[in-house]
Design a protein around this ligand. Structure first.
Ligand code: AHR
Length: 315
């Protein structure tokens, strides 16, 4: 009897508080959400960050913003959020691989994780859902537009995104799927610009060292930021992007929409940054014990010089 009471005391002193801290019940301040962003890579991510902040305020939650850091410290920044014992983590990964251990640590601490935007190679039991964009579709849409704009004959320069990122891998494969249908469309040079405007500049400068601009029919950039960097370089070497070379990319950022309106670029595929609402809906369903699908897909449309005037932004 005595032993039993002693055992009950231990349970009350240690196990119950630990269990409560893992229970993640919404307290009077709402859920505390850890958000690990990609950082200032491109204008598109600024819009996504803003969307998360707005949704957090609307729902009366608290936001713990993860360290804004590069690829090599992203795992460390994730661990810091786990240590802070947030109620849930929204993860926007930079690259696909290397996440299993930290996701397991979050799961062991009872912290559910929702992945947004890019995806990762990890067991699906380690996350609640992935609010994903259709990168393959985006690459295909960009290539299909280019095929139709050039009567299926075009020598293309590719400005590629960050190595190992899902956005770069899948946009490339979607674009190349379409190219395989049209032998007259070929990529004559490819340089990595890591999704940054400065990266797009450097990549374009490097390409122009060996390739005569007269050979280039189009620049295909894995995102708008790199395309805008390339446009700067083209203008500096007196190539008129509105006449001499077609520019197609992805994101539909405000600066790219302006470039389309001014005739300096030709087409972009809209990348919806309104990912916070479906992510938080999924989390609330999860906490309510409802079944959440492992993928929530968000697709975007093409915006061109012809349609930009009537374009009202993502839904
Ligand atoms: O994963 C989203 C992509 O990465 C966006 O197209 C781009 O702007 C970002 O850097």
């Amino acid at each position: 009897m005595r032993t039993r009471r002693w055992y009950q005391c231990i349970v009350l002193m240690f196990v119950v508080p630990v269990a409560l801290s893992f229970a993640h019940a919404q307290d009077e301040n709402g859920l505390t959400i850890g958000f690990l962003p990609v950082g200032g890579e491109s204008e598109w991510y600024t819009a996504l960050d803003e969307n998360v902040r707005e949704e957090v305020i609307q729902r009366g939650f608290q936001l713990v913003y993860g360290e804004n850091c590069a690829q090599d410290c992203h795992l460390y920044a994730f661990r810091l959020l786990v240590e802070k014992r947030v109620n849930a983590i929204l993860l926007v990964p930079i690259v696909r691989t290397g996440w299993d251990d930290v996701l397991q640590e979050a799961q062991d601490a009872g912290i559910p994780v929702v992945i947004m935007d890019r995806f990762i190679d990890a067991d699906e039991s380690l996350y609640v859902t992935h609010v994903r964009l259709d990168f393959v579709h985006e690459g295909r849409l960009a290539a299909a537009w280019l095929a139709q704009a050039t009567s299926r004959r075009c020598q293309i320069i590719e400005l590629a995104g960050t190595e190992g990122s899902q956005a770069a891998l899948e946009r490339q494969s979607g674009f190349n799927d379409v190219l395989e249908l049209f032998p007259g469309m070929v990529i004559i040079a490819s340089q990595r610009g890591n999704f940054a405007q400065s990266g797009g500049r450097t990549a374009m400068e490097t390409i122009l060292v060996t390739i005569d601009p007269a050979e280039i029919c189009a620049v295909w950039a894995h995102n708008d930021a790199m395309a805008l960097g390339a446009i700067e370089v083209l203008k500096e070497v007196r190539i008129d992007p509105s006449k001499d070379i077609l520019i197609v990319s992805i994101d539909a950022t405000p600066d790219m929409l302006e470039a389309l309106a001014e005739g300096e670029a030709n087409a972009t595929v809209e990348l919806n940054y309104h990912l916070a609402r479906p992510a938080f809906d999924a989390l609330e369903d999860y906490f309510a014990g409802e079944l959440v699908p492992k993928q929530i897909l968000i697709q975007g449309n093409l915006v061109t010089q012809d349609t930009v005037a009537g374009y009202t932004g993502v839904d």
